[in-house]
Design a protein around this ligand. Structure first.
Ligand code: NAD
Length: 483
């Protein structure tokens, strides 16, 4: 890929750990001063992590509420460890939230663009936030600074930004982000790899020195390859999940157990067990939009990326399969039935509801006549905006009270550790549909529950359950009028 890939470059020298006085705008770019544009999941974590490493960090954020929260040392998003770190780096003066681009980029050696790239209705990445942030930064940034694109952008974007730039004295690099929400700070402190791509080797090296330690693998390459490393990583992981979900369907048809199949496959070091968990499929702010954007980008280059088209279809089918299990388990109709939904965030340890399977599944269930009472440890406020018809409660036992059935949508440990004897006692019905295969089915059956999961045989009383065609002698999933 490149003749100048540098594995294991050292950690940059740190600034003193005590309070810093912010100096007036420096004219020369200084790599100890970093500007991060966008205080979202990526920008804020990156900014806090760089400040922890001793850089002087300014965060430019257009949303006044987010900016005020950061300025006060409070995180506007839920991310483990971020509140404490933010409070410390803001108090020490190493991180400052600013409103204007001039305050942010003045004197900064490196400007990290971490604004959103949401999907357009056609599935492309909407680059308007990136273009606007770059244009504003270029108007103020010091000569010799580097603009590092951390937002996920389609192949060719960084090169196009550089070519179209009004400032040939400012270099552009692609600096893809691989953090996982829920463990973002740990991922930043111990990155699996640091990838930087660009056409200016010195600029690439400067940005590569920002994160990681002496043992971190750094992959330096051209900007288009860096863009495709990011998309390819997400698309591959999403495809792996869709593959195992197809296998789960076959398990139901043949009477096999997907958990054993995943365990056995995962023992092969070439495959690995991660991302082989059958369930409701992938969601969140990245996989759905990035898979579609990659598929769309391929289309613009004349390629039909069939594997990704199939991965997307399988993923949406998983939601319908889950809904169908609730319908079947409740005798074929949800009209007037109450269903408790445990988990709203797209995965545990985050409050992110973007493209969360819960939103899709709840809308399907409500369209079929069910009354939904849903809960989540941290995502209720965000869910309120998306699910106006849904009753949202903080206490899972309250959600379960009087429910005809319960669906597990997010595998929060809290739900695995519920007192399921008590939970079933509070419910009107006995049906537990586990969309994440995270509960102990035998234990639930032991408490008198009817346990149905994804790709495994049902447990508990009641023969006419959705599940293995081999046992039930029926087709796996009926066709439902679901989008
Ligand atoms: P986000 O929506 O949470 O944050 C973006 C922030 O940028 C918002 O607070 C917004 O107000 C701000 N913003 C937009 N335009 C601005 C401007 N001109 N000036 C200042 N602030 C501006 O998004 P995110 O989840 O942090 O994702 C950012 C990018 O990183 C996306 O391209 C995403 O695909 C990519 N990414 C996200 C993750 C993740 O887990 N969230 C992981 C890897 C990569």
């Amino acid at each position: 890929m490149t003749g100048w890939s540098l594995p294991g470059r050292g950690r940059p020298a740190c600034l003193p750990s005590g309070p810093l006085l912010f100096r007036p705008m420096a004219q020369q770019p200084d790599d100890r001063v970093i500007c991060v544009i966008g205080a979202g999941y990526v920008g804020l974590v990156t900014a806090a992590g760089l400040a922890e490493l001793g850089r002087e960090v300014r965060v430019v954020e257009i949303d006044p509420e987010r900016r005020a929260a950061v300025a006060a040392g409070r995180s506007p998003i839920h991310e483990p460890g971020l509140d404490g770190l933010l409070e410390a780096v803001v108090a020490s003066g190493r991180l400052r939230a600013v409103e204007t681009m001039g305050e942010g980029v003045g004197g900064a050696g490196i400007v990290i663009v971490a604004v959103g790239t949401p999907p357009t209705p056609d599935g492309e990445a909407d680059l308007s936030q990136v273009r606007q942030a770059v244009d504003h930064a270029l108007a103020e940034v010091a000569s010799g600074a580097v603009i590092a694109i951390k937002s996920t952008v389609p192949p060719g974007t960084t090169r196009a930004l550089a070519r179209g730039s009004s400032r040939q004295d400012v270099a552009f690099v692609m600096f893809p982000e691989f953090l996982r929400e829920g463990s973002a700070l740990e991922d930043l402190r111990h990155p699996s790899r640091v990838v930087v791509g660009g056409e200016d080797a010195a600029a690439v090296s400067r940005v590569a020195a920002l994160l990681g330690g002496p043992d971190t693998t750094r992959l330096l390459c051209d900007s288009v390859s860096a863009e495709l490393i990011k998309y390819g990583s997400n698309a591959f992981l999403a495809t792996k999940i869709s593959f195992i979900n197809e296998m789960a369907q076959l398990c139901e048809l043949t009477g096999a157990d997907i958990e054993r199949v995943s365990d056995g496959m995962g023992l092969d070091p070439r495959i690995g067990r991660s991302f082989l968990s059958a369930g409701l499929g992938w969601g969140g702010s990245c996989f759905p939009k990035d898979v579609r954007a990659l598929e769309t980008s391929a289309g613009y280059h004349g390629q039909s990326f069939w594997l990704l088209k199939a991965a997307i279809e399988v993923n949406s089918q998983q939601r319908r399969r889950f809904t169908a299990k609730l319908v079947q388990g409740l005798g074929g109709s949800l009209e007037g039935r109450r269903v408790a939904i445990l988990g709203l965030a797209f995965k545990p340890f985050t409050d992110d509801m973007r493209q969360a399977p819960a939103a899709e599944v709840i809308r399907q269930l409500e369209d079929l006549g069910a009354e939904i009472v849903a809960t989540d440890p941290v995502a209720i406020d965000r869910a309120r905006l998306l699910l106006p018809r849904t009753r949202l409660v903080a206490d899972p036992y309250e959600a379960l009270t009087g429910a005809d059935a319960v669906g597990i949508v997010t595998e929060w440990p809290e739900y695995r550790d519920l007192d399921w004897g008590r939970a079933l006692g509070l419910m009107k019905g006995r049906l537990v549909v586990d969309g994440r295969n995270c509960l102990d089915g035998e234990a639930i059956a032991g408490h008198g529950g009817v346990y149905v999961s994804m790709g495994r045989r049902p447990r508990g009383p009641g023969a006419a359950l959705p599940g293995t065609a081999a046992e039930a002698g029926a087709g796996a999933v009926p066709s439902l009028p679901l989008g």
